[in-house]
Design a protein around this ligand. Structure first.
Ligand code: GLC
Ligand code: CA
Length: 525
């Protein structure tokens, strides 16, 4: 298996926060283009850009109002073409974000659908009559909590919104919706997009009979228990696989074949495995049990071992420590302890499969403490401090200037900058001991050692608090989650990268000593 994405490192860009070239405080496509050299220097294979389309920004781009355009805040289609051209020149692939579960309620299709029960686009969305008592048609709740249905007074029916009331769910039983999305995929594939990250991939198709979800039990995931129901009829429906097969076949008509990376937000690994199909659905499915797991040796080893045995033989696992919806890993997992954050980077880049880094992960950027009056994400506004997505969406720090190299010094960006002490690209590039250099060296090592690229995963016996694994026959990764030193036996080779950079190149003869919170990759002999 030698497809580019099979052992890749993909870098997620949150476009509003990457780099602002026209000094309006908002990152833009030209800013991404201008900084692609950073990604090339880092050594990643490609980038995934969160939505760039016109949008009223009720959910910051995840409420699309035109699937064929570029949001004026971010630039134009010409800017997009220029981005692709520069990415090609640098050998970087570009993935866009596809949002097929819902559109903005401001999308012309939904505006039309609302006009009347016989409107041309009525059936493009999920409508249902009130229940006999006048309430919602069934008991489904929004992923963001609260009812998933709102009454459209004018036409007397409810419409479904699995997220915000500003995001109306498409009716994927309708063939015109399927055809239109084929056109959307082809439009961007033809423009040179290497693939899509597919938003809410598991939920797009709903039970045709709109049956009530059963109550959650203690066996269900914590979030389902909080919502009070198991998403039996509005998530992971068998028919979602037809849609994924259709998209995979569409992507296969291109050279190179286009890639589908799913936001498969499921906690059951058999369900996760199902999204790969028989190598005819997603090539890549994001692993949320890992991302949202606890940061300790037992918990993460368990997820990885179970994933390795559960995914179909040819499937590529996908590991990530962050995205625009969760607290950044140095804060959420590592308690802002830089030693832990460095160990986490070694762990992530030592796993088999494809890795997705979130912008700033390479700097070990922690969460930003965004003041309540600066919150802009509706989920953060509603649920902070329990949930705060804005904390992970603040502007990238490129240098130590007032504007952080993100924007002009005089400009107040759309979200505030994080703490300067967390460091910038420029500072960290000057410091060979930085998280940035560690990340770059780990990516380079993945390219250099075939075992780190493709070698199978095999757990290596290790004392409590340590997670170690072999990759193929010739690489060993060991992560000490404990504050005390320890050792592994039977290791012969050379330390290639350690979180303690002074050890790089050190020979190991039988006994591999690990310092507190140290992580190493050893080339075995
Ligand atoms: C996905 C996105 C998230 C968005 C939601 C609704 O989970 O990652 O940011 O709010 O879908 O589109
Ligand atoms: Ca801008």
């Amino acid at each position: 298996m030698t497809e580019w994405w099979g052992d890749a490192v993909v870098y997620q860009v949150y476009p509003r926060s990457f780099a602002d070239t026209n000094n309006d405080g908002i990152g833009d496509l030209a800013g991404i283009t201008a900084h692609l050299d950073h990604l090339a220097w880092l050594g990643v294979d490609g980038l995934w850009i969160s939505p760039v389309h016109p949008s009223p920004n009720a959910d910051w781009g995840y409420d699309v109002a035109d699937y064929f355009g570029v949001h004026p805040d971010l630039g134009t289609l010409d800017d997009f073409d220029a981005l692709i051209e520069e990415a090609d020149r640098l050998g970087l692939r570009v993935l866009l974000d596809l949002v097929p579960n819902h559109s903005s309620v401001q999308h012309p299709w939904f505006l039309d659908a609302r006009r009347g029960r016989d409107a041309a686009h009525r059936d493009w969305y999920v409508w249902a009559d009130p229940s006999p008592d006048g309430g919602p048609p069934n008991n489904w709740v929004s992923s963001f909590f609260g009812p998933a249905w709102s009454l459209d007074e004018r036409t007397g029916q409810y419409f479904l919104h699995s997220f915000l009331v500003d995001q109306a769910d498409f009716n994927w039983w309708n063939d015109d919706v399927r055809d239109e999305f084929d056109r959307i995929l082809a439009f961007w594939f033809d423009r040179g997009v290497a693939g899509f990250r597919i938003d809410v991939c598991h939920m797009i198709i709903k039970d045709r009979l709109l049956r009530d979800n059963p109550p959650a039990t203690t066996a269900d995931h914590f979030m389902d228990q909080l919502r009070g129901q198991r998403p039996e009829y509005n998530s992971c429906r068998p028919e979602v696989h037809d849609v994924l097969r259709r998209w995979r076949a569409l992507g296969a008509r291109y050279d190179p074949p286009r890639v589908l990376l799913g936001e498969t937000y499921v906690f059951d690994l058999d369900q996760l495995a199902s999204f790969y199909g028989h190598d005819d659905e997603l090539q890549l499915a994001l692993n949320f049990p890992f991302l949202l797991g606890d940061f300790n040796a037992d918990a993460l080893r368990d997820v990885v071992e179970r994933t390795e045995v559960t995914l179909p033989g040819e499937a590529t696992p996908v590991w990530t420590m962050g995205n625009h919806d969760v607290s950044r890993f140095p804060t959420r997992w590592c308690g802002d302890d830089p030693r832990r954050a460095r160990a986490a980077l070694v762990m992530l880049l030592g796993l088999r499969g494809t890795t997705v880094l979130y912008y700033g992960d390479e700097l070990a950027t922690p969460d930003t403490n965004v003041p309540v009056d600066r919150l802009v994400d509706p989920v953060s506004v509603r649920y902070h401090p329990v949930a705060n997505r804005d904390a992970a969406r603040t502007p990238m720090r490129w240098n130590a200037d007032r504007g952080a190299g993100f924007t002009a010094d005089s400009v107040d960006p759309w979200l505030p900058f994080g703490d300067a002490a967390a460091g910038s690209v420029a500072d960290q590039r000057d410091n060979p001991d930085s998280a940035l250099h560690l990340t770059r060296d780990l990516i380079a090592l993945r390219r250099e050692l075939p075992a780190l690229r493709a070698g199978r995963y095999e757990t290596w016996p290790a004392p409590a608090g340590v997670w170690a694994w072999r990759r193929g026959d010739s690489a060993l990764v060991a992560v000490n989650f404990a504050e005390t030193s320890t050792a592994l036996n039977g290791v012969d080779g050379t330390v290639r990268v350690s979180t303690d950079r002074a050890r790089d190149g050190e020979p190991v003869g039988g006994r591999l000593v690990l310092g507190p919170l140290e992580a190493v990759i050893v080339a075995l002999t």
